[in-house]
Design a protein around this ligand. Structure first.
Ligand SMILES: Nc1ncnc2c1ncn2[C@@H]1O[C@H](COP(=O)(O)OP(=O)(O)OP(=O)(O)O)[C@@H](O)[C@H]1O
Ligand SMILES: [Mg+2]
Length: 251
């Protein structure tokens, strides 16, 4: 059982407060939604959780280990348990899709032969329906294909903690439904804890087990729980209700 905990976290850029007093814990098998309007600090929170940004105050714990109090080698071990899909997909542009997936696989499974690693990478790519594009460069892919390749790379190391920043942005509605299924299948198969930032209401309401809403005005969380429950509850903060009940533009 793995667990990632954010304790009394305050995030700043210089003097600028982004969010304060963030507290939550995400255990194996949970899909946890990070919600809030544009610019409220969702991507910044993910970056604090994966060790890319240092908290102004508070802690990030991986199981019981305080990330920022840990030695460099302990931090590296923690990071090896993370899989990350950044908002921009951020594939390595000079490498083929296959090589993008092989790099984290080589880090995670150095004992596998190169043929075994290749088979595993191709299996992952076929899982996201990208095996036919294995030899392409990122510049030759559509936005949706990049996201799917980025997802294959993020999960290649069988991470205990998977961080997905806007995985469905730029996908058509059918691809978004496929992506939801990929994420829940992955959670079921590996038991990963999944932290997801998404503007796709349908997706959050159907797949997330828990979540937090970061308020841009007060710069602190104003709701905590399963998005579908927050939507239904009478005592949910009006800002959160408006967010969860908004009409999606039909496309
Ligand atoms: N490296 C940085 N230096 C200074 N300010 C930053 C930096 N990165 C982000 N910010 C600011 O921090 C705030 C939160 O940004 P962040 O990208 O986390 O928002 P977000 O909730 O992910 O928004 P979106 O939904 O548009 O992706 C914004 O005001 C942004 O301008
Ligand atoms: Mg963002």
């Amino acid at each position: 059982m793995s667990q990632l905990t954010v304790q009394h976290l305050t995030m700043r850029f210089g003097d600028k407060l982004i969010q304060k007093d963030i507290d939550f814990s995400v255990a194996s098998g949970t899909i946890f939604a990070i919600m809030g309007g544009s610019g409220c600090g969702k991507s910044t929170l993910l970056k604090h959780m994966i060790g890319l940004l240092t908290p102004a105050e508070g802690q990030v714990l991986v199981d019981d280990g305080d990330y920022w109090a840990a030695t460099e080698s302990a931090q590296r071990h923690m990071r090896q348990r993370f899989g990350v899909l950044f908002q921009s997909a951020a594939l390595w542009t000079s490498m083929s899709v296959l090589d993008n997936v092989l790099v984290p696989l080589a880090l995670k499974a150095p004992d596998l032969s190169s043929a075994e690693r290749r088979d595993r990478a191709m299996e992952l790519l076929s899982w996201v329906d990208m095996d036919a594009a294995a030899d392409k460069l990122p510049s030759d892919l559509s936005g949706g294909m990049k996201k799917r390749a980025g997802l294959a790379r993020a999960i290649a190391g069988e991470p205990d903690f998977l961080f997905l920043d806007e995985p469905s942005a730029g996908l058509d509605p059918i691809s978004s439904v496929r992506l939801d299924k990929l994420i829940t299948d992955l959670r079921d198969r590996t038991g990963a804890a999944v932290m997801i930032v998404s503007h796709e209401l349908e997706s959050l309401l159907s797949i997330a087990d828990d979540g937090i809403f970061l308020d841009a005005d007060s710069k602190q969380p104003i709701a905590r729980g399963k998005p579908a429950d927050l939507k239904a509850a009478d005592d949910t903060h009006p800002t959160v209700r408006a967010f969860l009940n908004r009409q999606e533009p039909s496309s």
